[in-house]
Design a protein around this ligand. Structure first.
Ligand SMILES: Nc1ncnc2c1ncn2[C@@H]1O[C@H](COP(=O)(O)OP(=O)(O)OP(=O)(O)O)[C@@H](O)[C@H]1O
Ligand SMILES: [Mg+2]
Length: 154
């Protein structure tokens, strides 16, 4: 089974919970466990929040868009969910630095600097592409029903 879903949303905080619920609803066809579903929601939530607060700096404008592209593949009871979250905001100058745990460009009182670390921990594969002034795409893969990371690395 192959399936896909494309979502375009305004980069406003009200859409963060909508986005994570929409991706979770799409993932249901892969028969995820509650824990896998929760991982997916958490990872999507972190990626979308970053678009809103960093890429577009919290500015509410109809021009500020987030694209969420999902692809699902299922075979013999095992599923794979690909999730891409794209913004067209400021971009990230130094990706290696941004990925470091506790690194944040906002006040550490406001942000923990743990978003990317959480996305990596809650998915089986994570990568980021970014061009300064053009935007960022976060690509994540979550395996469903296959025992998670350990089995991937085995
Ligand atoms: N989509 C994005 N566009 C531009 N910059 C980004 C984007 N996502 C992340 N960043 C940059 O990478 C840094 C690290 O992101 P990360 O999500 O790990 O931490 P944070 O958002 O600062 O804090 P937290 O996620 O814990 O609230 C951010 O502080 C920001 O500078
Ligand atoms: Mg973050």
């Amino acid at each position: 089974m192959k399936n896909y879903m494309k979502l375009e949303i305004a980069a406003i905080s009200e859409n963060e919970s909508f986005a994570r619920s929409a991706v979770a609803a799409f993932a249901l066809n892969l028969n995820p466990s509650l824990s896998e579903l929760s991982d997916i929601k958490t990872a999507v939530s972190e990626a979308v929040t970053n678009c809103i607060v960093h890429a577009y700096k919290g500015k509410r404008s109809p021009e500020n868009k987030i694209f969420i592209d999902c692809r699902a593949e299922a075979e013999q009871g095992e599923g794979v969910l690909h999730i891409d979250v794209t913004d067209f905001g400021c971009g990230i100058e130094n990706l290696d630095e941004a990925m470091q745990p506790f690194f944040t460009t906002l006040s550490p009182n406001e942000r923990a600097g743990m978003g990317f670390t959480i996305m990596q921990a809650f998915t089986n594969s994570f990568s980021a592409r970014s061009v300064k002034g053009e935007g960022t795409t976060i690509s994540m893969i979550k395996k469903i029903g296959a025992g998670g990371k350990e089995e991937l690395n085995a």
